[in-house]
Design a protein. Structure first.
Lengths: 305, 240
């Protein structure tokens, strides 16, 4: 009793203060700024995704077509982003590169989230020794720098898309596991879990019917926030020459190849791939951030997310 | 077990059967708590005879709810033993055999926290049936229970945040009765409700007990209500 009774009151206070805080911010300029951020992010993301989906089928130009007479041309009507050191059209290269980056980002974020949710939910639901063992394992993995571990994983395979996905997925599940475990621990002590146990529900049933649906909004949010991370990780690996095979366009690879010409004053081969990395990742993070602000615990249960 | 003989019981088969039938619930010298070295409940003994209704009183924070959780096999005591229908508890929470832990139906103090926010009321009520692989009974038994506690079809389609505390507590009571428990533990069941809902819920519990001869452990601090409702009252801190 001494332990149980104050808890709901605390939660209640947390809710009310969070709402009051939100209301105060909404009343000021915060709301307008947030709406603007969401709109800009949505427009940018939509533009980029449309480009990635539509450019390859609409312009059946070989993105690898080399034209040595037209190498390192500045942006023009013919080549809006200019050409690279082999005379390839940079707009096409960037679009193809982003295509790969988005694919890797989405799949890797999915892999990382599924893995993280499984480990976090298991640790939180089992508790005790299993929990301690799993979380120490997470600590051990976290102690190794992501990029180093990622390089190690990529180095074990031939260059390609799947080793990169694996490398990102296996290094990025740790934070999701921590988030999900914390959520599960907080859900586990709720009386409705007691009620389910008293009603004869098995461990699996409690986990699958009550705990996992409860942490799903957090897990989905973590997955969306993971996509920019995954894109950056992929770009970093490609920049180091470890990601995709050299002939496939990738944003990291493009930036790396353009390093030399930057010193000669040719700014376009670095600027455009760089923008193609930054814009979509900022747009995704902006949208996910706005969504995170919307789902405080109370609203989450009301929205049935 | 001092004073284990039930006072004149209104429920069927009260005193006469008490000699042969084991008590519905026996708590022997229970010590329990949450933080090491700070027991909430110390060396408590309590018996609920077959079909008997026992009220447990006490001020806030004296360990009544903890004792209720121990009785429902939801909290492992540090010392002492629990017997349900004369059978010692064989585990706690998930480790208790399903047949044993479903013998006790529990109604919690705060329906908001005791109901999964994602389930509609009809699913909430039938949840114990589904959890026991008796999903095919869900529609019939669920309807029966909903009618017994006075929830209509329109309310059953709603989710917990769309109904009042009283309506939600009715659903929680229906859920506790779904598996026809031998013992009902009501932990401050009516503490957050108005007088008419309280009366309705008590009537539902009494109708169920009259039909099934189940025992009741009612925990609370509303002396007037509990003294009217139960056969015997026990005060925390006293000797019984």
């Amino acid at each position: 009793m001494a332990v149980e009774e104050p808890t709901p009151m605390k939660t209640e206070d947390g809710w009310t203060s969070a709402r009051a805080h939100g209301a105060a911010r909404a009343a000021g300029t915060g709301r307008a700024a947030r709406t603007l951020r969401v709109r800009v992010s949505a427009v940018l993301l939509a533009a980029v995704v449309l480009a990635v989906l539509l450019v390859p089928p609409l312009f059946p130009v070989d993105q690898q077509a080399v034209e040595l007479t037209a190498k390192l041309r500045p942006p023009s009507w013919e080549h809006p982003f200019g050409t690279d050191s082999l005379g390839r059209d940079l707009l096409l290269r960037c679009v193809y590169g982003l295509r790969v980056s988005l694919l890797v980002g989405l799949v890797a974020a999915l892999v990382a989230t599924v893995l993280g949710t499984a480990v976090g939910a298991a640790a939180g639901a089992l508790g005790g020794r299993a929990d301690r063992l799993m979380m120490r394992l997470v600590d051990v993995f976290s102690a190794v720098p992501h990029l180093l571990l990622g390089i190690f994983i990529v180095a074990m395979f031939r260059p390609g898309v799947w080793p990169v996905v694996l490398s990102v997925g296996l290094t990025h599940w740790l934070s999701t596991a921590r988030i999900v475990r914390a959520e599960v621990l907080s859900l586990r002590s709720r009386p409705y879990i007691d009620a389910a146990i008293s009603g004869g529900a098995s461990r699996t049933r409690v986990a699958l019917r009550h705990l996992v649906p409860g942490v799903l909004p957090q897990a989905v949010l973590a997955a969306v926030l993971m996509v920019p991370h995954a894109i950056w990780h992929e770009s970093a690996l490609s920049f180091l020459g470890l990601g995709l095979p050299a002939h496939r366009a990738s944003l990291g690879g493009l930036t790396e190849a353009a390093r030399g010409s930057l010193l000669a004053g040719d700014w376009w081969p670095t600027l455009f791939p760089g923008l193609f990395i930054i814009i979509p990742t900022l747009a995704i993070a902006g949208l996910a951030g706005a969504w995170r602000e919307r789902i405080n615990p109370r609203r989450r249960s009301e929205l049935m997310l | 077990m001092t004073g284990s003989t039930p006072a004149p019981a209104a429920a069927p088969g009260g005193p006469s059967r008490a000699a042969t039938t084991p008590p519905a619930l026996e708590l022997r010298r229970i010590t329990a708590g949450y933080q090491r070295g700070k027991p909430v409940v110390e060396d408590m003994t309590l018996t609920v005879g077959p079909g008997e209704a026992v009220a447990l009183f006490g001020p806030s924070g004296c360990g009544k709810s903890t004792l209720a959780r121990v009785a429902a096999l939801l909290h492992e005591p540090w010392a002492g033993s629990v017997l349900l229908d004369g059978e010692p508890a064989r585990g706690w929470r998930h480790r208790a055999p399903r047949a044993q832990r479903t013998k006790v139906g529990v109604v919690f103090q705060q329906p908001r926290l005791a109901a999964d926010p994602r389930l509609t009321l009809s699913r909430l009520i039938a949840e114990p049936l589904r959890a026991n692989g008796r999903g095919e009974e869900a529609a019939r038994r669920g309807g029966e229970l909903a009618e017994a506690v006075g929830l209509d079809a329109e309310l059953l389609a709603r989710r917990p945040h769309e109904v009042s505390d009283g309506q939600l507590q009715r659903a929680c009571l229906a859920r506790a009765l779904a598996l026809r428990p031998r013992l009902l533990v009501c932990d401050e069941m009516t503490a957050m409700l108005d007088a008419s809902t309280t009366a309705a819920l008590v009537a539902v519990v009494e109708a169920y007990r009259a039909e099934n001869g189940a025992a009741l452990l009612a925990v609370g601090h509303d002396r007037t209500l509990l003294e009217r409702w139960c056969d015997r009252t026990v005060e925390q801190g006293g000797h019984w």
